[in-house]
Design a protein around this ligand. Structure first.
Ligand code: NAD
Length: 406
């Protein structure tokens, strides 16, 4: 297949590009490199040293003989160029990772909120409108997030996208309908992903686009089979307070002797998936495309759930690190359960990597190896969800104690 990978320079996009290329697909990475610019804006860098995308593609060719093409394009802002690109290349599938993906970044300031909405909603809508306009019948696979559902506890499993409901008619009968499982976004980023769902529903229904939406859990780990092939193919690893995801942050904190920072009681339960399983799920989803006229196919792309304080304790046990409880900068429930259905990927043959098995290798192979590149001052999560929370978090003595002397 000829596959366009929008956002193919990112944390999930890069190993997906390599994985699908190694399976023999023709891969075209489309990226505006905004993620690299955001590193510059925030004054942070990937824990792992990353080469330019052009250099990464060159090394892949040298190591495997396979070609990756890179196209520098902003799909949110350059609609006409993107449409022309699609017309020229006519991919069989489009995988859409190209969005601003950090909840804390999306809540930093009004400017960051505006950027996240403009970038994410326009990117998704431009892809949909351009597919319709060019008449290209490509399977669109989008990376969404489990976070769209919020984290309230209702004691029932979150289904894979749809919820059967009974509605009482004026005549007193109950009619059955299937609706999108209600979203309850907890940040501007999650809100954009909730809006994406409606855009997909409309274009599948109105124009017969074939769409798969993968509601992914938090991705952990760094390496996949292909990124291990050469040091310059290494994946990015974000550890800073905005882009670092919870488990990856615990791993680097453990590696540099920094307390594992748990927000609130750490009673938040989250869904997780290893990066190797994430790329495998995308392969499985590509092989199971919906037909024209079918509703959007939605998968819950996660393999296990854990409470944040349990994760911190697990990493602390493995590494001897301390755990520090800090005030939560997010507006969210202190404690929640999370039960998620993920039968579809298991039925397609996914054999998940368990957290318990891969964790220590990550600490040693990645976090300890590159510990010299960590800027301790960028480790704390400082983006607060509201002004009140910002003031409370700022006054906290334990947080002050962790702050490096300036
Ligand atoms: N990383 C996770 O834990 C996680 C969890 C759930 C869902 N997801 C979703 O998966 C997708 C990829 O996540 P990631 O961690 O690889 O993010 P990332 O930020 O590392 O990668 C996103 C890539 O998209 C590019 N991009 C952004 N806007 C663009 C635009 N307008 N035009 C062209 N390129 C653009 C960026 O430059 C970057 O290379 C995101 O949509 C994210 O919401 C990620």
């Amino acid at each position: 297949m000829k596959i366009a990978i929008l956002g193919g320079d990112g944390f999930v996009g890069w190993p997906t590009s390599l994985h699908l290329s190694s399976l023999g697909h023709e891969i075209h990475i489309v990226d505006n490199l905004s993620r690299r610019w955001i590193d510059t804006e925030l004054g942070v860098q990937s824990l792992t040293p990353m080469d330019s995308i052009q250099e990464r593609c060159r090394i892949w060719r040298e190591v495997t003989g396979r070609r990756l093409s890179f196209h520098f394009l902003d799909i949110a802002k350059e609609y006409d160029r993107f449409k022309a690109w699609l017309e020229e290349h006519r991919p069989d599938a489009v995988i859409h990772f190209a969005e601003q993906r950090a909840a804390p970044y999306s809540m930093k300031s009004d400017r960051h909120k505006v950027y996240t909405v403009n970038n994410n909603v326009n990117a998704t809508h431009n892809v949909l409108a351009a597919l319709v306009e060019t008449g290209i019948d490509a399977h669109l696979v989008h990376l969404g997030t489990m976070g769209v559902y919020g984290y309230s506890t209702i004691g029932a499993a979150i289904p894979e996208g749809y919820l059967p409901v009974g509605i009482e008619t004026l005549g007193g009968e109950t009619v059955q309908q299937e609706i999108l499982y209600p979203t309850r976004p907890g940040s501007v980023y999650h809100m954009t992903k909730s809006l994406d769902q409606i855009l997909f529903q409309f274009y599948a229904q109105n124009d017969g686009l074939r769409i798969t939406d993968l509601h992914q859990g938090i991705v952990w780990g760094t390496h996949t089979e292909q990124t291990r092939l050469h040091p310059q193919l290494v994946n990015r690893f974000d550890y800073d307070g905005d882009y670092g995801t919870v488990l990856n942050r615990f791993l680097i904190q453990a590696a540099i002797g920094y307390p594992l920072t748990v927000h609130g009681t750490g009673g938040q339960t989250r869904a997780f998936i290893h990066i190797q399983d994430s790329v495998r799920c995308i392969e499985l989803a590509l092989g199971d495309a919906p037909k024209q006229g079918e509703r959007v196919r939605i998968f819950n792309q996660m393999t296990e759930t854990h409470r944040v304080r349990d994760l911190a304790n697990l990493v602390a046990r493995l590494t001897g690190a301390e755990v520090a409880f800090l005030p939560n900068p997010r507006k969210e429930a202190e404690e929640n359960d999370l039960i998620v259905q993920n039968d579809q990927f298991l039925a397609l043959g996914l054999d998940p990597i368990r957290l318990q098995d891969g964790l220590l290798a990550e600490v040693v192979d990645v976090a300890k190896k590159f510990a010299h590149r960590i800027d301790r001052s960028r480790v704390p999560a400082v983006s607060a969800w509201t002004k009140d929370i910002a003031a409370r978090v700022d006054r906290d003595p334990e947080r002050k104690a962790l702050r490096p002397a300036s």
